[in-house]
Ligand binder design. Structure first.
Ligand code: ATP
Ligand code: MG
Length: 381
């Protein structure tokens, strides 16, 4: 079976690796170069997008920022999942908020902003500090401002106005202000939904961000109440969208109450631990869903951690000496802060996971791999 993935980055690569045992061959469409490439080698196929669509049994996406004409052409084939509307939800925070409101799923209180008066309204209604985000352009914490005092409104508005002005009628630039949520921690849930509405949901993952980028995920025993809230949100949102494929939802945990931060209509970085940590990984389940195959078990095989490798030239090979540690390298050119690979750690208990993380600090320094040491100590206590 052939599947076309829109986007040719590491998520397409990992779908390709997960698809091989199922006999699923992945081709990736690189939106930047407008070419169809092999997701592992990046070698170009002599194929137009239209031909690749024709040859595929199913089409999906590994990211949200896909040109409208490409989405339209893929949708017209009837093979594209999770579909254009779902991709738009992930690519525009104003659409995302409208969906959350329609599905009655709590999220951070917000105000859409297209003029200065709206910013003043946001300060009056939501209070300070505010987190201000571009609706269409952000990822990894980019395209965000923090407004801490009312005296900064003028300065921040200048920057926001400049951003709004660069939008066009076809690609408008809009901004959203959110109440700054005093969360205790960030968690996410990932699940798959099939064409007949069957779902398979993974255990909730706890995520640590550093400078707006995910650095560490931990999938250990989770409070039943938190898992239930996350599954309820997943079921409501996936049903509302008649979603097919893997959907990720990021939450703030505020004293045991979950509030959605954002959605990703695709496989997600906080689910990479499922590659070794679950019977069936998020990558395989996504392919199973879009190819109309039965979903696989999301049962965990132990407790897991996933450590992102950001901006490094290589993963120190010594990490492999720690039992249960697996390395995933994406084969990209190194750039400061760029997601280059990740390290999965599988253990039988929290204590063992803590010990393994502590062992890894011999090879992974705290500056490049924040949180590994402190989380290791916490878990092994
Ligand atoms: P990505 O898509 O890579 O997850 P992003 O650029 O889309 O990131 P968000 O997830 O919205 O951005 O925000 C990045 C981080 O900023 C969050 O994980 C959280 O730590 C912090 N943050 C965002 N919104 C809020 C908020 N309303 N209150 C408090 N912190 C926030
Ligand atoms: Mg996020």
């Amino acid at each position: 079976m052939d599947v076309l993935v829109l986007g040719a980055g590491q998520l397409a690569r990992m779908m390709s690796l997960a698809g091989a045992p199922l006999g699923i061959n992945i081709k990736a469409y690189d939106v930047g170069t407008k070419s169809v490439v092999h997701p592992l080698t990046q070698e170009k196929f002599d194929l137009s997008l239209s031909k690749a669509i024709e040859l595929s049994s199913a089409i999906t996406a590994e990211f949200e920022h896909i040109p409208d004409d490409v989405l339209t052409e893929c949708c017209a084939s009837g093979k594209f999942f999770p579909g254009k509307d779902a991709i738009k939800v992930g690519g525009d925070r104003s659409i995302e908020k409208a969906l959350l409101d329609a599905a009655h799923v709590p999220c951070a209180p917000y105000q859409l902003i297209t003029e200065k008066a709206h910013l003043e309204l946001a300060v009056a209604n939501l209070g300070l500090p505010l987190v201000i985000k571009t609706c269409q352009a952000g990822y990894d914490g980019k395209g965000q401002w923090r407004l801490k005092t009312a005296s900064d409104i003028d300065v921040i508005w200048q920057e926001m106005a400049a951003f709004i002005a660069t939008g066009t009628e076809a690609f408008p630039h809009t901004i959203i202000a959110e109440k700054m949520i005093p969360f205790n921690r960030e968690v996410s849930v990932i699940g798959a939904r099939s064409k007949n509405g069957e779902t398979a949901i993974y255990p909730v993952t706890e995520n640590e961000h550093t400078n707006g980028v995910l650095t560490l995920s931990i999938a250990s025993e989770i409070d039943k109440n938190i898992q239930q809230q996350a599954m309820d949100a997943f079921n409501k949102l996936a049903t509302e969208m008649d979603y097919v494929g893997v959907l990720a939802i990021e939450f703030f945990d505020v004293d045991g109450q979950l509030m959605v931060n954002e959605l990703a209509p695709r496989v997600h970085n906080s689910g990479h631990w499922t590659q070794q940590g679950c019977v069936c990984s998020q990558f395989e389940n996504h392919l199973r869903a879009v190819c109309d195959l039965p979903l696989g078990s999301t049962k965990p095989l132990g407790v897991s951690a996933m450590i992102n490798v950001l901006g490094q030239e290589a993963i120190p090979s010594e990490v492999l000496s720690v039992p249960g540690v697996l390395s995933h390298w994406y084969g990209k050119t190194a750039r400061a802060g760029r997601k280059m690979g990740h390290i999965n750690v599988l253990a039988r208990s929290n204590t063992e996971l803590g010990e393994k993380l502590t062992q890894l600090t011999q090879f992974l320094n705290d500056n490049d791999y924040p949180g590994v040491g402190s989380r290791g100590q916490l878990l092994s206590q």
